[in-house]
Unconditional design. Structure first.
Length: 217
């Protein structure tokens, strides 16, 4: 009997979650707007406050709702990657999943190459040069993360930038293919020079060659 009650509660919470999302969309609410109180939502949806609270809790997990004293519940700008970001920060993905994430990261950065090339500015190039190293180290991954985070940001796509920050946690995987350490690839400095003085094709070619160890891995 307890199992049936739990299943029913879960089903109701799912329905309330969907109803809350529909309400937010149909009401034209924007970030910063207030949401009705729990009791009002419960009356509208004909469910208990407990179920409404469960649905709201899920939306809070998505980063869609903020609760503050005296202001109640307010809508926040949606964060499409909130839940995945928490899992990535906790490093709960397996080595196999990290390999797949690294693959996505490489594809995204190569795909952004044209935007990066078109949207470069002297200021951004100057900053990028400060993080560019003359050699790759597979023991210290900090320079690699710093450089590629800033390189990718030049592309100017905020949502892609957020997703890339999640994918870059793949660097923290426990196991790495030893063949990565024996491959000579273009350095950050060479990539910077190609971005600043070369053609788009030259820049993308060097970037692709730089990623070769990760592609093989």
């Amino acid at each position: 009997m307890t199992d049936l009650v739990e299943v029913r509660a879960t089903t109701l919470a799912d329905g309330v979650e969907d109803s809350l999302l529909r309400y937010i969309r149909s009401s034209g609410l924007a970030a910063g707007d207030a949401l009705p109180k729990e009791e009002e939502l419960a009356a509208r949806l004909s469910v208990s406050r407990h179920i409404v609270r469960e649905g709201l809790s899920r939306l809070k997990t998505f980063g869609l709702i903020d609760t503050r004293k005296r202001r109640g519940m307010t809508l926040r700008r949606p964060n499409a990657f909130a839940s995945v970001s928490k899992l990535a920060a906790a490093r709960l993905f397996s080595d196999g999943e990290c390999r797949e994430m690294m693959g996505l990261r490489v594809v995204m950065e190569l795909g952004m190459a044209e935007f990066i090339f078109q949207r470069k500015t002297p200021e951004r190039l100057s900053e990028l040069h400060r993080y560019a190293s003359d050699a790759q180290s597979y023991r210290d991954i900090s320079p690699e993360i710093e450089f590629h985070t800033r390189l990718f940001a030049i592309g100017g796509n905020a949502m892609a930038d957020e997703f890339q920050k999640i994918l870059i946690t793949a660097f923290h995987t426990r196991g790495r293919d030893p063949c990565c350490r024996s491959v000579t690839t273009p350095t950050h400095r060479e990539i910077c020079d190609a971005l600043e003085h070369g053609t788009m094709e030259e820049f993308r070619h060097l970037l692709r060659a730089h990623f070769e160890p990760y592609i093989n891995w």
